[in-house]
Design a protein around this ligand. Sequence first.
Ligand code: URA
Length: 247
Amino acid sequence: MATELHYLISSLKSYLVELRETGVDGLPYGYGVATVTPPSVVAEEPAQLETNGISGSVRGSETVAEIRLELGDCRRCQLGDTRTNLVFGVGNEKSEVVFVGEAPGRDEDLKGEPFVGEAGQLLTKIIQAMGLAREDVYICNVLKCRPPNNRNPQTEEIEACQPFLLRQLQAVSPKIIIALGTFAAQTLLQSRAPISQLRGQIHDYHGIPLMPTFHPAFLLRNPGKKREVWEDMKQVLKLLGREPAGS
Ligand code: URA
């Protein structure tokens, strides 16, 4: 019974997320129109549900859609006031590979999708060279909202966003995370070491292997560094037991 109830709530939440992402923010009910219950309220309930006879938190078995719903129209930091769209993440939520960047830029803020600008096009090419399609992997950022004028993220913004990223990564539960650039690598690994030192080796992020590498935007300015990124991606492919495209 508890399992069925949990499944029902989970399905309902996924449906509500889908509705909201397609622009629906209210549902007809009875004689009037009731708005969808605020996400933070809906999402907190299942955390107390009984699942398989075990009471308590269901964290760890939560879905990406549940986390998105709880995030809602996030105002947990000041970036909520200046963003156009919250950029949650895109791709296969069951992927073996997750790419994590820094924060949405202008193009991403406008579209609500990570890595859609010039750097994103280069990332897509890297993914394809790995023998994968963009839709096969999951892509997100450390910050879900654009810092105005692409300024550096501030501590309180990172602190507000981090718990959601951790849960998102645990929900996808990939075989490997690829941290793109200094900021993502240093934040996820809680390190101050430069990316040139962190890259090239597989690290650990809460039990998930993590490969830091150069950010595609950096590669656009320093194309000579693409060779090092490719070395990193070959290590990733080895861990996955896959071959690069065309081999
Ligand atoms: N740079 C990032 O780090 N993330 C994006 O989504 C786009 C550019």
